[in-house]
Design a binder for this molecule. Structure first.
Ligand SMILES: Cc1cc2nc3c(=O)[nH]c(=O)nc-3n(C[C@H](O)[C@H](O)[C@H](O)COP(=O)(O)OP(=O)(O)OC[C@H]3O[C@@H](n4cnc5c(N)ncnc54)[C@H](O)[C@@H]3O)c2cc1C
Length: 447
C-alpha cells in the first residue's frame, strides 16, 4: 500500500512539474508573440500602410543609452516626405521624438502630388489642391523643414551643404546628420541637355509654365496648337490625352517614342485602353523613333528607314524620365545618377546612408527590380523610416518587398483606366475616372 501511494505521489509531482513547465513555456510564447504584435501594430497603424511586411522590433532598446540623434532627409517628394512622416510616427511611438531631430530638406516650398499635374495644366484643379506647402503638411509632426538645394555631402564629417532659399534665410548652411536618407527623385529635364525652350513635366513649375504657355497661345488665337511630346511613358501619354480631350480640335499632338510600344511598363489592359483613347482623340504617335535634336521650335527625329525628318512645333515637352541631380562628395551615384541600395534600403557599403524613391536602384527581397513610382516610393518610405529607427536603437531591420497595388491612368475628359491584380479589378471610362479621383484625393489629403 505504502509503495503504491509513494508511486501515486511521485506521479502527481511529475505531472505538476510538467504542467508548470508547460505554463512557463506558454507565458514565454505569449511574451514573444506580444512583442511581435506590438511591433506589427505600430507599423500597421500607419494609414498609408501598404507594404505587407511582418515586423519584429527589439523592445529592449528603450534601455539603451540614447544621446540626441539627427536624421536628415534630402528631397521632399513621395519618398522623402513620407519617410519624414513615418519617422515622426515611429519615434513618437517609442517616446524618442524629443531626443531625435528629423529635418526634411527640399528645394521647393511645396510637395507636389504628381498624379494630379495633368488636372493642374487643364485648369480642373488649383495649385493648392495639387501642391500643399510643406509647413502645412508637417504641422504638429515635429519634423523641421528647410527649404534649400543640397549641393554636397561630406561623409566623413557627416554634413550636408545646402544653398538655402530666401524663405529659409538664404546663403549656405552646413546641416549635420547621424543618418541620411537620400530621396531626390529625378529632374523634370536632363540637366545636361540644356534645351532652354523645351518644357519638362515633373514639377509644379513645369506644369505652371506649360499652363501659361497654352494660355498665351490660346489668347493669340493660335489654331491648332502644335505640340510635340517626347516620351511615350505614363506622363507623356496621360498628358497628351488630357490636353487633347480638353482642347478638342484646337490641338495637334505628336508623341515620339523610342521603343516599339507606348507605356512599356504598363500592364496590357491599360496599354490597350490608352492606345484606343489616343486614336479616339486623334493624337499621333511615332514608335521606334529616336529624337536626334531639338533646336528652338523644331524637332528632328530618325525615321524607321534611317532618314532624318524635322518639323516645327509651338510647344515641345520632354516627358521622358531624366537623371537625378548629382550631390558632390557622395560618390555613390552611378552613371545615370541612381544609387544602389540593398533590400533594407541601405546604400551599399555605407553605414549611415539610405535611399528611397526614384533615385534608389533596388532589388526587393523577392528578387525583382522595383519600378520608379510614387506607390513604390511610399512603400519604401515606411521601411526606410523603420530601419533608420531600428539602426539607431538596436532594433531588427525590415527587408523591403514591393506590393503591387495596380495602376491608374488619367486619359482626359473625365475618363481613366484602372487595373489591379491585387483587387481583381479592370475598369475604364467614367467609373475608373471617379475611382482614380477618389483614391488620389484620399491619398493627397492623408499627407
Ligand atoms: C506627371 C506625373 C504623373 C505621375 N503619376 C503617377 C501615378 O499616378 N502613380 C505613381 O505611382 N507614380 C506616378 N508618377 C511617378 C512619381 O511621381 C514618382 O515615381 C515619385 O514622385 C518619386 O518620388 P521621389 O520621392 O523619389 O521623387 P520626387 O517626387 O521627384 O521628389 C524629389 C524631391 O526632391 C527635390 N530635390 C531634388 N534634388 C534636390 C536637392 N539637391 N536638394 C533638395 N531637394 C531636391 C525635388 O525638388 C523634389 O521635390 C508620376 C510622375 C509624373 C511626372
Amino acid at each position: 500500500m505504502a509503495g503504491t501511494s509513494f508511486f501515486m505521489v511521485s506521479n502527481v509531482l511529475v505531472l505538476v512539474l510538467v504542467l508548470l513547465l508547460l505554463v512557463l513555456l506558454l507565458v514565454l510564447m505569449m511574451i514573444e508573440q506580444w512583442e511581435r504584435n506590438w511591433a506589427t501594430l505600430i507599423v500597421m497603424s500607419n494609414p498609408s500602410f501598404s507594404s505587407g511586411f511582418i515586423a519584429s522590433f527589439n523592445p529592449s532598446f528603450t534601455s539603451l543609452n540614447w544621446s540626441e540623434k539627427r536624421i536628415c532627409i534630402v528631397g521632399g517628394g513621395f519618398g522623402g516626405l513620407y519617410t519624414a512622416l513615418n519617422l515622426a510616427k515611429y519615434l513618437e511611438a517609442k517616446g524618442k521624438s524629443k531626443e531625435t531631430s528629423v529635418t526634411l530638406i527640399s528645394d521647393s516650398e511645396r510637395f507636389v502630388y504628381s498624379p494630379f499635374l495633368y488636372e493642374l495644366v487643364t485648369g480642373e484643379l488649383q495649385d493648392w489642391e495639387v501642391a500643399p506647402v510643406y509647413t502645412d503638411v508637417l504641422k504638429g509632426t515635429g519634423v523641421k523643414f528647410l527649404q534649400g538645394k543640397a549641393q554636397s555631402v561630406d561623409k566623413i564629417n557627416k554634413t550636408i551643404s545646402v544653398d538655402l532659399a530666401s524663405l529659409s534665410g538664404g546663403g549656405k548652411q552646413e546641416v549635420s546628420y547621424d543618418k541620411l536618407i537620400l530621396a531626390t527623385g529625378g529632374n523634370s529635364k536632363d540637366e545636361k541637355e540644356g534645351e532652354p525652350g523645351v518644357f519638362g513635366f515633373r514639377s509644379l513649375e513645369d506644369a505652371k509654365k506649360l499652363r501659361a504657355r497654352l494660355a498665351g497661345l490660346k489668347f493669340a488665337n493660335k489654331k491648332p496648337i502644335k505640340i510635340a511630346v517626347v516620351g511615350g511613358g505614363y506622363p507623356g501619354i496621360e498628358l497628351s490625352c488630357s490636353l487633347a480631350a480638353n482642347m478638342k480640335k484646337n490641338v495637334d499632338i505628336t508623341i515620339f517614342q523610342r521603343g516599339d510600344k507606348i507605356l512599356p511598363r504598363a500592364n496590357l489592359y491599360n496599354r490597350i485602353v490608352a492606345t484606343q483613347r489616343l486614336a479616339e482623340l486623334g493624337v499621333k504617335k511615332f514608335l521606334r523613333t529616336e529624337v536626334v535634336e531639338i533646336k528652338d521650335d523644331s524637332v528632328s527625329w530618325k525615321q524607321n528607314n534611317g532618314a532624318v525628318a524635322e518639323d516645327k512645333f509651338d510647344i515641345i515637352i520632354r516627358a521622358s524620365s531624366s537623371r537625378p541631380s548629382v550631390l558632390n562628395g557622395l560618390d555613390v551615384q552611378e552613371e545615370d545618377g541612381r544609387i544602389h541600395v540593398n533590400d533594407m534600403l541601405k546604400v551599399k557599403e555605407e553605414e549611415d546612408l539610405y535611399a528611397v524613391g526614384d533615385i534608389a536602384r533596388c532589388i526587393d527581397s523577392s528578387g525583382s527590380p522595383v519600378p520608379s513610382t510614387a506607390q513604390i516610393a511610399m512603400q519604401q518610405a515606411e521601411v526606410a523610416a523603420w530601419n533608420v529607427v531600428a539602426d539607431l536603437t538596436g532594433g531588427v531591420p525590415l527587408t523591403f518587398r514591393r506590393q503591387d497595388l495596380g495602376e491608374m491612368l488619367s486619359l482626359g475628359g473625365y475618363t481613366a483606366s484602372l487595373s489591379s491584380k491585387a483587387f481583381g479589378l479592370q475598369l475604364d471610362d467614367k467609373l475608373a475616372h471617379l475611382l482614380r479621383r477618389e483614391w488620389n484625393e484620399g491619398a493627397a489629403s492623408s499627407c
